[in-house]
Design a protein around this ligand. Structure first.
Ligand SMILES: NC(=O)N[C@@H](CC(=O)O)C(=O)O
Ligand SMILES: [Zn+2]
Ligand SMILES: [Zn+2]
Length: 423
């Protein structure tokens, strides 16, 4: 029997206590055996293991950019004990077998729980529904469905998906992007900078009009909608309205949309090309407020690794996306904790408790009390470091934080009682 005793950590910033881990669960520290391994956590904060609702692991199909092994190792370094693996792999996760395969790869890697996301439409083509019911009833137990990377544009298909998943308490996570308003070339927030740089514009309303439609469909179907990577002030207004009406909608924001602005694009560095695009500061401020007041429920990374040969192109031709698992908590600390917008218990809520609830994950996002599964991370609230993209567990280097001085919090991650990362 291996035991781990974490001594003197500040649990959720609410007081110092010891934590004993035995057989994968939290036990009474007074019962620790003589051979217990001790971890000195003086000055550290203990949080429930972080849960990422939005990770691209790229396996199967693009193992040159990321594998389940490398992506979940990066997750553990970032304090995550569970990640939802988006369906836009090759082949797409649109069958029960494909979902079971991704979950099995996660079990084999052993760094974090890998929860497969099921596609909404077959092949992400937006034409016919994927096998939603079979994925839900399989051993993979899929509850979270998304065509992420693509918007479920067809209103009728979106309505039917929402109707269908209600029977098994599913949720449809929408990548909100009207493909007509944001055309195929759109790669920069539509505004002064896109005009000056000559980049095709991606207007705010291409996001918010889809969200406005979808919350009304969620109301009609009495089903659950989740909005991926909210990036605009207009979307936040729609969410406030919908939540005020009691519509079952939740939303996430990425770390990069909480800190970076359209200004990053001025140097045409494709590292900063992401979907939805980085927005001007006035949107960033609204996103921070909305995360603080709960209008936006969760932070999700949208970790989107890309191989060098897909990213190193002229801005317009490069792939969309940036890595983010290892730096997510750092950016949330910088934008939300150090600015007084969120307490540690607020951080635990937005990065663990609420995402676990949205995805219906038992055993994740739980309080750190006796009898609960030992999924946690230890955080140093004062450490800082300059981010180095070459010191990463991810296989990809499209890291927008490279060279930036940020908090460097994660000291230890424990999943199911086993140490998955140690500084
Ligand atoms: N966010 C991105 O810019 N890219 C994502 C897809 C997505 O989340 O839309 C990807 O899969 O690369
Ligand atoms: Zn997306
Ligand atoms: Zn994504």
């Amino acid at each position: 029997m291996t035991e781990l005793l974490i001594i003197g950590s500040d649990v959720l910033g609410e007081g110092r206590r010891d934590l004993l881990i035995r057989d994968g669960v939290l036990a009474d520290p007074a019962t620790a055996g003589a051979a217990v391994e001790r971890v000195d956590a003086d000055g550290l904060v203990a949080l429930p293991g972080l849960v990422d609702l939005h990770t691209h692991l790229r396996e199967p199909g693009r193992e040159d950019a990321e594998t389940v092994e490398s992506g979940t190792a990066a997750a553990a370094r970032g304090g995550f004990t569970a990640v939802l693996a988006m369906a836009n792999t090759v082949p797409v996760t649109d069958t029960a077998e494909a979902a079971q395969y991704v979950a099995a790869l996660g079990d084999r890697a052993g760094h974090a729980q890998v929860v497969p996301v099921g596609a909404v439409s077959k092949g992400l083509a937006g034409q016919e529904l994927a096998e939603l019911g079979l994925m839900a009833r399989s051993s993979a137990g899929v509850r979270f469905f998304s065509d992420d990377g693509h918007c479920v544009d067809d209103s009728r298909l979106m309505r039917r998906a929402l109707e269908y998943i209600r029977a098994f308490d599913g949720v449809i996570a929408q990548h909100a992007q009207d493909p007509q308003l944001a055309g195929v070339d759109a790669c920069c927030h539509e505004g002064e900078i896109s005009g000056r740089l000559g980049l095709a514009g991606w207007p705010s309303v291409a996001e918010s009009t889809i969200v406005a439609r979808d919350v009304q469909l969620a109301e009609l179907t009495r089903s659950r909608l989740h909005v991926c990577h909210v990036s605009t002030a207009e979307t936040v207004e729609v969410l406030r309205w919908a939540k005020g009406r009691g519509i079952q909608v939740t939303a996430e924001v990425t770390p990069h949309h909480l800190l970076l602005t359209t200004d990053e694009v001025i140097g045409y560095d494709p590292t900063f090309k992401v979907n939805p695009p980085l927005r001007p500061q006035e949107h960033v401020v609204v996103l921070r407020e909305a995360l603080a007041d709960g209008t936006i429920d969760a932070v999700a990374t949208d970790h989107a690794p890309h191989a060098r040969h897909d990213k190193e192109h002229a801005f317009g031709d490069a792939a969309f996306g940036m890595v983010g698992l290892e730096t997510a908590l750092a950016v949330v600390m910088d934008t939300m904790v150090e600015t007084g917008r969120l307490t540690w218990s607020g951080v635990a809520d937005r990065l663990s408790v609420t995402p676990a609830r949205i995805a219906r994950l038992g055993g994740q996002g739980r309080p750190l009390t006796v009898g609960e599964p030992a999924n946690l991370c230890l955080v140093d609230p004062t450490a800082r470091a300059v981010v180095d993209r070459d010191r990463s567990a991810s296989l990809s280097r499209n890291n927008p934080w490279h060279g930036r001085d940020l908090p460097d919090p994660i000291q230890l991650t424990v999943w199911r009682g086993a140490i998955t990362y140690r500084r």
